[in-house]
Every structure is written in C-alpha cells, then in structure tokens.
Ligand binder design. Structure first.
Ligand SMILES: CC(C)[C@H](C(=O)O)[C@@H](O)C(=O)O
Ligand code: SF4
Length: 467
C-alpha cells in the first residue's frame, strides 16, 4: 500500500526538481505574484545581469500597497510610492508581464485578486514578495512569501531553493457561534500557539468546522497563519474549493475542467498521514476576540479585560508592560471600555465580498458614532468593489457615515495616504498590530469585520452577538 502523505508532502513532492546537498531542494513555482514594494531591486538585478523572466505567463503583477484609495485621477502624491508604482508598470510592460495598475478594474490586493480570477489553483506552488501569500493555501496550494533576492531568482529560473517545512495539523471541530467568524478563530489559534508558535511549520487546518467554512473564511485563516509564525497555511481541496473556482476567468473549462477537478481533488492529506505536531480546538470555545497589545497573540475575548501583570508569564512581562504603555491601556480595563478614533474595514485578511456583506449587515440602518473621526471601508479589489456596489453594500456603508474607497492595502499599513495619526486608536480588520503599523504612534486593535462594524456604531468595542 502506498505511504499515506500529508497535503504538504504531496505539494512538495510534485514540485521538487532536485534535492540539494545541504538539506534544501530546488522547487518549481507555478505562479509568481509581484507587487510594487518588493520588486524594484529584483527587476534591477535581473536587468543588470542581462536576464529575462523565464516564464512570463506565470507572473501576475499589481500595485496594491502604495496606491491611493481616494481621488486616483489626481495621481500619487508620495514620491517613493509614485516611483515604485511607475517602476512596476514600466518593468512589466518592458518584459511582457501581466500587470493591473491602479486604473484597471481588476486591480486590488494580490491575495484577493489571484483567487478571484482563478489564477490561484489547487496543487500549485505560489510565491510572492509578501508574507501574506500564505492566504492562497486555502486552495490546497503551497503558497509562501519570499524576499527580494528570491524574487529575482524566481523571475529568472521559475525555481526557488528551500527547505521542507514541518507539518502542524490544527483540527477544529464543532460549530462557530453566531457572530463568531474565521477571524476570531485565527486570533484564537494565534493566542494559543503564540506569535512564533508555528515557526518552521506549514499549518494545515482540518476538521468539520473548516469543512463548513466558505473559501473567503478559509483564506482569512490561512492569511493569518503567518501571524502564528508559520510560513504556510493549508486547507485540503473539497467541493467548496471546486465550486468557488468553477467559471473563474483563469480556470480551465470543458474537458480540461473535468481533468483539473480530478487532479485537484488529490490535494488532501491522506487518511493516516503523520504530522509533526497536532492541535485540536473546539469551535464552541471561540468567541469574538479583540487584540489589546502590539502582537497578534496579545488578545482576549470581547467580554474580557486587559490582563493583569500576574496573568502574564514572567518571561513575557516586559513586552506586556511595553505594549500597554504604547497602547495607553491600563491592566484590568474592560475591553468594551476601549474607545476608538478610527475604524478600518479592509486588507487581504478581511476585504472580500463575504466580509463586506457581514459588516454591512451589522451597520445597516445605523450611524457611525459621532466620536469616530473616520470609518473606512476599502474593498480588497475592483471586482469586490463592483460586486458590493451591485448589491448596494456601498450605500449601506455611506448612509451610515463610512467612507467607501478604491481597492488597495490602505490603512493596513502606513505606506500610503490612509494612516493613523500619532495616538489614534483604531479597530482594524487587518492582521498586524505592531507599533506604528498603521501610522507612526497609531494604536491598532485587530478584530473581525462584524466586530469592527459594531465598534464603529458604538464608538467603542461591543459584543456583536448582542447587537
Ligand atoms: C510590504 C510587504 C513586504 C509586507 C509583507 O511581507 O507582508 C506587507 O504586505 C505587510 O503586510 O507587512
Ligand atoms: S493588505 Fe496588509 S497584510 Fe495584506 S498585503 Fe497589503 S499590507 Fe500586507
């Protein structure tokens, strides 16, 4: 009988070109996603060495981090952003790489557009100069972030040197409660594992809870794997995966669709496959979560309080004290007493159509609290924006007092015009809450779209289950 393999092993084996003598292997990469921030030096290096991309068809580029989300016709005012966005466009044009610039209807955050166009497919290897490439693992693909020098190698050879990852299976069983989403599950898992607990691992999410999640929700979970220290998140292929892909622009049709489906369905862990580590979680134990600190694992449930020093392990007390100082919070303070200045609904974690539908359903017919200075909804892509507008979600947000923007990374990180000012406090559906992440001196609290929407209405955190 053939050896039972994990999904990771199948992906690795089907892409390993050759084992190298130092424990690394040369791995073939099917898709390369390129953004404006991490690619300029790679293109420069390629040009300097007189090389050309080896397989231009495998590359998709889009400007996402730096683009303005307002008044695009006026161009980009920040000089560095302008240089990077222009360099991406001209490099792609010169080399024949498909590129969606900020005026293209398909533009958006790469981790939103590649799946929705069907460019992300099961059984593939996908790399991008961006850590949240783990998102694509929701499709049973081996997807991970790479650095700038690797981008150059990848463009030139379509291969990367890498070491096999250890495997961690997280089995989630039961039903997530009403108002509890895969973002809460992700934050709950990170709280349990710690922000580096998944280091060196590919995390596979399995169990009946995961099987019942939509592709959007699975992407949120895989997106956040990196915040648990893992390089890769994975979900095995099932009918939900196949249904999501059917009819998407880059997905094969006719006989090729039948063949593709049959091939894709192999990308699951075999019964009896052995993982290096296992963790079991009950979905019922997950509640809406809010981060209070400056690392995604510094969080508690909405009915909780900022921890007391004695609740924190002695080795972590310094970072706890530093985090509370930066966040301007007191030990023991009720999470629901945290008042907010801004609310951001967006990012590659939570700016897909399902996220916007959920947020709109919470907001509908209500008004953003007058104490909130700015509440932004930034769709993850042009296609998400168009779909949301076709469903009237933009009206719901605008009527409630939210700003409805053009797609991009926006306030997820302070690389464009959407930022927190020093001292401002934000409920954010993004994935990182490091010091200064959303703007120098800004304070970020990570939450689900439903919780962000409810917080915008209340002006402080509230339990969306009671709204
Ligand atoms: C700019 C990019 C390299 C970075 C990443 O790798 O993730 C960014 O997308 C982020 O979310 O911090
Ligand atoms: S939305 Fe945020 S996390 Fe995602 S790629 Fe952009 S900056 Fe990185």
């Amino acid at each position: 009988m053939a050896e039972a393999k994990t999904l990771f092993q199948k992906l690795w084996d089907s892409h390993r070109v050759v084992d190298l003598d130092d424990g690394e292997a040369l791995v073939y990469i099917d898709r390369h996603l390129v953004n404006e921030v991490t690619s300029p030096q790679a293109f420069e290096g390629l040009g300097r060495r007189g090389r050309k991309p080896w397989r231009v068809d495998a590359v998709l580029a889009a400007a996402d981090h730096n683009v303005p989300t307002l008044m695009r016709s006026q161009g980009i005012s920040d000089q560095l952003a302008l240089v990077q966005v222009r360099a991406l466009a001209s490099n792609c044009q010169a080399l024949g790489i498909t590129h969606y610039g900020m005026d293209d209807a398909r533009q958006g955050i790469l981790h939103v557009i590649a799946p929705e166009l069907g460019i992300t497919q099961p059984g593939m290897t996908i790399a991008c100069g961006d850590s949240h490439t783990s998102t694509h693992g929701a499709f049973g693909a081996l997807a991970f972030g790479i650095g700038t020098s690797d981008i150059e190698h990848l463009l030139a050879s379509q291969c990367l040197r890498m070491r096999p990852l250890k495997t961690l299976r997280i089995t989630v069983s039961g039903t997530l409660g009403k108002g509890v989403s895969s973002k809460d599950l992700a934050l709950g898992i990170i709280a349990r594992l710690g922000a580096s607990g998944g280091a060196g691992h590919a995390i596979e999410f399995a169990g009946d809870t995961i099987e019942s999640l939509s592709m959007e929700a699975r992407m949120t979970l895989c997106n956040m794997s990196i915040e648990a220290g893992a390089r890769v998140g994975l979900v095995g292929v099932d009918q939900t995966t196949i249904d999501y892909l059917q009819g998407r622009v880059a997905v094969p049709s006719g006989d090729a669709w039948e063949q593709a489906q049959a091939y894709w369905r192999e990308f699951v862990s075999d019964e009896g496959a052995r993982f290096d580590r296992e963790l079991a979680i009950s979905a019922e134990s997950i509640q809406p979560i809010v981060t209070w600190g400056t690392s995604p694992d510094m969080s508690c449930t909405i009915d909780g309080r900022v921890p007391l020093p004695e609740d924190i392990e002695p080795t972590r007390r310094d970072s706890y004290t530093q985090a509370l100082f930066y966040m301007d919070l007191c030990p023991g303070m009720a999470i629901s007493d945290i008042r907010l200045d801004k609310v951001f609904i967006g990012s590659c974690t939570n700016a897909r159509i399902e996220d916007l539908r959920i947020a709109a359903s919470v907001v509908k017919g209500q008004r953003v609290a007058s104490s909130i200075r700015q509440a932004l909804v930034v769709p993850g892509s042009g296609m998400v924006k168009a779909q949301a507008e076709a469903e009237g979600l933009d009206r719901i947000f605008v009527d409630a007092g939210f700003e409805w923007r053009e797609p991009g990374c926006s306030m997820c990180l302070g690389m464009n015009e959407d930022r927190l000012l020093p001292g401002e406090r934000c409920a954010s559906t993004s994935n990182r809450n490091f010091e200064g992440r959303q703007g120098a001196g800004g304070r970020s609290h990570l939450v689900s779209p439903a919780m962000a929407a409810a917080a915008a209405i209340a002006g402080h955190f509230v339990d969306v289950r009671t709204c």
